[in-house]
Design a protein. Structure first.
Length: 124
């Protein structure tokens, strides 16, 4: 049996991580594979393939999975430490994204060290 190179191992790990996350979210929602398949309009065999890592979903299927499981596509695709800010910061970023353009400019113009000094942290 040929040895897997590092790239193949990383791909296999990522594939498995997605399947494990998918199965975990499905179980958290109390759904069977069949019920999830019906929600996203796929055959149950395809859901089994995704969860086992034998197949990868298209972007459209990822979107449908995220909607059905009531999670973001990011949490399905990426592990907790692989992408983006933590939950608290994410909520703050989402709130700021709804600001008027002038308010966003104030936030952008504020030097980072000013935020650190508000918390009593010396960032310089």
């Amino acid at each position: 049996m040929p040895k897997k190179n590092a790239k193949q191992k990383d791909k296999a790990k990522t594939t498995m991580d997605f399947g494990e996350r998918l199965a975990g979210f499905r179980k958290e929602k109390g759904l069977t594979q069949q019920a999830l398949a019906e929600l996203i309009n796929l055959h149950v065999i395809q859901v089994r393939r995704y969860e086992s890592g034998a197949s990868q979903p298209t972007l459209d299927v990822i979107r449908r999975l995220a909607v059905a499981l009531q999670v973001s596509a990011d949490v399905l695709i990426f592990g907790a430490d692989e992408r983006g800010p933590d939950g608290d910061l994410r909520l703050q970023f989402e709130a700021i994204s709804k600001f008027a353009p002038e308010e966003k400019q104030v936030i952008k113009a504020t030097p980072v060290h000013r935020f650190a000094s508000l918390r009593g942290v010396n960032s310089r």
